[in-house]
Design a protein around this ligand. Sequence first.
Ligand code: 6PG
Length: 242
Amino acid sequence: MIPLPPNAEILPDADAVAAAAAERLVALCESAPRSAIGVCLAGGSTPKRLYARLGAPDTRRRLPWNRLHWFFGDDRLVPWTDAASNVRMAREAFGDAPIPEGHLHGMDTHGTAEAGARAYAETLRAFYGASELDPARPLFDLVLLGLGEDGHTASLFPAKPALAERHAWTAPVPEAGLAPFVPRITLTVPALASARETLFLVTGAGKQEPLRRLARGEDLPARHVHSVGRLVWLVDREAAGA
Ligand code: 6PG
């Protein structure tokens, strides 16, 4: 078995990872300190199971949808109708979940990455109600993240400038480090760190290599992510090589 990051939980399969993440969100909602609850969604394919589970009857009835606001950790600079759009992925995965109008906060991916990043930072500041992040009052109740095969997370790719950003809450990513090779918009390390709980969702044999590289101490982007709250890795047996 691959040595895993601290605070890693190994679960039988991808469905069990989604179920565990769903239960964590339910608990975070029950203990949420403010009326508005902010969740930062991961893109890519792994979280689809989780979003579908949240919108399905069993979990749907346990979530306070009128209090929940859904944000994105990153997106690709494509129209929201494009198959590569994280907004499209989330909308399709959530299905007919009762997300109130204006509670799914997609990034503006229709202009330049620079303009979209600036606009999304304003969106986040409007939700937060301040322009400086206070560790005692995290921006998000939950941040969901995936792990790319090159060790990236959100759209923080190895050796790209956005990874080093420690002041702005968002950053443009003119050159993605992995497919789809389109410009991106990403939240930065300080914004992703501002969470009561941060969950990495890692499933499938394809993630064994980045997990091995993290275990060897390689300075991969995912290693830069920390949290002012709890940071937990939910890893299935396939990814863990268990
Ligand atoms: C994106 C994601 C990205 C993703 C990883 C893992 O927009 O691509 O935010 O960081 O989480 O690349 O992707 P998979 O879940 O598809 O393996």
